[in-house]
Ligand binder design. Structure first.
Ligand SMILES: [Zn+2]
Length: 126
């Protein structure tokens, strides 16, 4: 019985397995790209910044004209500082997934993560 099992695994089968794994890897890469997290900073109803979070290598802060500071991190975005009274925006914490959003109503500022990935320069050059 053991002999038979060993004969079943031939080099050709390994190639098939490798091909399946390669296809799976490509699919994963495509899906990861499609679901790539794109963040938007919306101020007073206007999108003032669109950031591809999957391309962010190091965290940085964006300070807006209204005094709100938004922190951009690899794969995440959050309010870092604001002069509003209740600081609900800060307490909202980090957004990491498509569909999530946080707002600072007193400053009319919204951050959100959209699922759609814009067609833009590829990050393969890094
Ligand atoms: Zn706020």
């Amino acid at each position: 019985m053991k002999d038979k099992l060993q004969k079943i695994v031939r080099p050709a089968d390994l190639i098939v397995v490798a091909a399946v794994l390669a296809v799976a890897a490509v699919l994963w890469a495509v899906l990861a790209h499609l679901t790539g997290t794109t963040a938007q900073i919306v101020c007073d109803g206007e999108v003032i910044a669109t950031i591809d979070l999957s391309a962010v290598k190091e965290a940085y802060d964006v300070t807006l004209d209204n005094g709100v500071t938004v922190r951009v991190e690899p794969g995440a975005i959050c309010f870092a500082a604001s002069d509003c009274a209740n600081l609900l925006c800060i307490h909202a914490g980090k957004l990491t997934r498509a569909g999530q959003s946080a707002a600072c109503l007193p400053n009319k500022t919204l951050i959100r993560i959209t699922g759609r990935d814009r067609r833009g320069p590829d990050a393969l050059t890094g």
